[in-house]
Design a protein around this ligand. Structure first.
Ligand SMILES: *Cc1c(COP(=O)(O)O)cnc(C)c1O
Length: 357
């Protein structure tokens, strides 16, 4: 790895009590370029802009995918990643589907650890705080012929993130728009999936909702995901989530919730979730909770479901009765080294001192 440390750290001007998520970047970034059929050296550089032209293939044809993951600091200042091998596997699954070169485990893991290590002082401490890390791959070749690109960049950037608390939201069950289709790219973390979801989400907002529950593209009769999160439904004391597929992204948080539910003795069923079943349960009072899960906020609880022009209100349970809240606490305690880690999910970021390049 080639390491070039910044001479102008911005850390002193970073106020961990007052910053905005997503546009404060840590001092460094990871860059690696692909050319002539192979990846070059991994470089750790000062964070900053890079020269590209509007003819870059990634922005013209959308060969771009990314990951979202976090680093956590415990009370003693130790820094941990959470299940990073899942993100490594998934970025390559996405790359493959978009006909992009896969990254090596060494590039991904060593780059990740070196970046978090060198900027460990940027990882905010305290409940709910973390460093949000964004690995990505995109086509950089300057060419306008519509074909698979020959040049790519793998990069990792990161931004500090605050508390997990997210207000309960009202979600519209989609009866027209789809996030993903059979044979499509829904199971890849393709940048374009997000672009395609913004407009339908804006329309739902105009109708008084915060987000969309995506349903299957063929019939709109089955739950798939909610916004950019996987979805869980609790009817009586059983929780349901649809099986992952080529239309449903295989979320790390979803998988972790399923494992934590099993350990707690909560019955979890991975099976198709018909919209009708959820609406029926709402009518007869057995629908207890509906929530979304993902790395960014862990859990977003839903306070209302929009269906057929009606807004169906959901009860908001106190934390001691809410499976969503209990599972979230279990997960966050594990991520932040407050509880035991029987699953082996935490990965310590070792302290290494780099020689100045
Ligand atoms: C990233 C993402 C998720 C959540 O995945 P996590 O690994 O839990 O963060 C769910 N759905 C979509 C569409 C996503 O892009």
């Amino acid at each position: 790895m080639i390491i070039q440390k910044t001479e102008n750290s911005r850390l002193a001007s970073f106020d961990p009590q007052n910053f905005s998520f997503g546009n404060t970047f840590i001092d460094h970034m990871i860059i690696c370029e692909y050319e002539n059929g192979k990846w070059g050296d991994v470089r750790l550089l000062p964070y900053g802009p890079l020269p590209f032209t509007p003819a870059m293939m990634g922005v013209n044809y959308g060969q771009a995918c990314f990951e979202g993951m976090k680093a956590y600091k415990d009370k003693d200042g130790k820094v941990f990643l959470f299940r990073p091998e899942k993100n490594f596997e998934r970025i390559n699954k996405s790359a493959k589907r978009l006909a992009m070169p896969e990254v090596t485990e060494e590039m991904f893991m060593e780059g990740l650890k070196a970046l978090v290590n060198i900027d460990r002082d940027w990882v905010p401490q305290g409940e709910g705080n973390s460093l949000y890390i964004r690995p990505l791959i995109f086509a950089t070749e300057e060419a306008l012929k519509a074909r698979v690109a020959n040049k790519y960049m793998f990069a990792i950037v990161a931004t500090p993130a605050k508390s997990y608390y997210a207000e309960p939201v009202a979600v519209k069950i989609s009866d027209h728009y789809s996030r993903a289709a059979s044979g499509g790219v829904g199971s890849a973390k393709a940048a374009g999936n997000y672009a395609a979801s913004f407009y339908p989400t804006q329309l739902a907002m105009e109708e008084g909702y915060d987000q969309i529950i995506w349903t299957d593209d063929a019939t709109h009769e089955y739950f798939e995901e909610s916004g950019t999160m996987n979805v869980f439904v609790r009817i009586d004391d059983t929780i349901y989530t649809p099986p992952t597929s080529e239309k449903i992204l295989d979320g790390v948080t979803r998988d972790s919730f399923l494992n934590l539910a099993a350990r707690k003795g909560i019955t979890a069923k991975v099976e198709p979730v018909p919209v009708k079943k959820v609406i029926e349960a709402h009518k007869n009072g057995t629908l207890k909770e509906v929530w979304g899960v993902g790395t960014a906020v862990v859990t977003t609880v839903f306070k209302a479901l929009g269906y057929n022009g009606e807004k169906l209100e959901l009860p908001l349970l106190p934390d001691n009765e809410s499976f969503a809240a209990q599972l979230k606490k279990d997960l966050v305690d594990l991520q932040t080294n407050i509880s035991e880690d029987p699953f082996g999910w935490r990965v310590l970021v070792e302290k290494e001192v780099f020689e100045k390049a």
